[in-house]
Design a protein around this ligand. Sequence first.
Ligand code: NAD
Length: 336
Amino acid sequence: MQVAVFSSKTYDREYLEAANISLNHELVFFEPSLNPQTAPLAAGFPVVCGFINDCLDAQTLRILAQQGTQFIALRSAGFNHVDLQTAAQLGLTVARVPAYSPYAVAEHAVALVLMLNRKLYRAYNRVRDDNFSLEGLLGFDLHGCSVGIVGTGKIGQCFAQIMKGFGCHLLAYDPFPNPDCLALGVTYLDLTDLMARANIISLHCPLTPESHHLINHQSLQSVQPGTMLINTSRGGLIDTVAVIDAIKSGRLGYLGIDVYEQEEQLFFRDLSDTVIQDDDFQRLQSFPNVLITAHQAFFTRDALENIAATTLGNITDFALGRPCPNQVQWDPTKVS
Ligand code: NAD
């Protein structure tokens, strides 16, 4: 099966080609991200393979469908960037990789917690500069802290397990409490109570119309001064302007993000020679208690192997006319 692979980096090519050895799909790699301007590159390809910052809006999907594409194979778990209603209307099947390594993302969230708390990003640079002063590096014990987990699915559960190992009290908000988390000792609260009681809040829910700007001016009113906020889920969960205000007022004492609302303009490319035009992003970068990584939480060898295997498995299901268990369906009851 001919597959147009968009937003392909060297590591995508390496892992997809390795997983394709026995499957023999015809993979054609395109570096640009997918959008209405680049969609013509996929003319004649029955399968298009995309990643999280590819634009799969109605316009792109219409171009793809007109050109003969029938199957969209996402290399991601999240599918908030796909217009599923239009895909369904056009007869395009969409499939994703529902789970590839919840450990990778949960472990990265924990890395952000530790980096911020113990200010390792500052300590590293200081010692390299022969500055051995400890002024400004004071942290706190994680043992005994209250950790609020928003979304206790696969990743949230892994994060809960790790934080329990540190001796934290585990709080959570999720419309569907997870029995394994309850067994771990997690206390479920509503979001306002969680935000008021947690010293560290970590977001692990999907971006949906309901969860868009879950962290906003109003919800940030309830947090304790100095609270740490971690987001490895999706940028749109956070109202960036509200978070900037909360950092300036000291309500948030630490912010660790692996995702950013406008990240498709920035992440996954080297912009070190350009002037960044996004003032909110630059404001965040200016704070000493903010740590940003560029959507790398998923980025482990194990995760890339699983992403490649599942993506090509989904494409093989399509090629053989088999039902694909990882198909994402449009749900007409969930219209934003
Ligand atoms: P999952 O489907 O296993 O769990 C999501 C949980 O969130 C579910 O328990 C669900 O009930 C809950 N939820 C849904 N809406 C909610 C809301 N409004 N408030 C609170 N909880 C809500 O998903 P997962 O595999 O744990 O992944 C979670 C998210 O992590 C994904 O949606 C994706 O956005 C993000 N992610 C990020 C990366 C990265 O590299 N940074 C990688 C993979 C996934």
